[in-house]
Design a binder for this molecule. Sequence first.
Ligand SMILES: [Fe+2]
Length: 141
Amino acid sequence: MDNRKKIHIKTPMGEVHVSMNDLDPNGWIDFPDLALRQYFLWIHPETGASIALIEFAQGSGIPVQHTHASNQFMYCIEGEYEYTDSKIVLRPGDFYMNPKDNPHGPTMAHKNSVLLELYDGPHYYEKPSYHTSDTMVVPTK
Ligand SMILES: [Fe+2]
């Protein structure tokens, strides 16, 4: 997939409004080996900071412990989503933050879950095992 098509809004110019009716059904990034998908609402083209919707089917999750190259934030919209190492369970309305370089995960969606996922910079130093070149969004100016 063309990297630009993975990003709904990629310029930080002016205000942004994305209605749920605006979502492009083909804009979701499917993770082939995991029952999850991601939709980027916005990404900063230079820093890689981003905001995305992420949906996990019940029973899916990130299979391994991993770290991020920036601070990561999650806001649970629906479902029940657990960081199984720390036993933190996110439910609707819950906020979660994981600092840059702090190992976390694996994770498990105990119910179908929808989360808003935010990073304040690039997501990873190197491509993790659960990503492919098609699922990684790398900022491009
Ligand atoms: Fe993570």
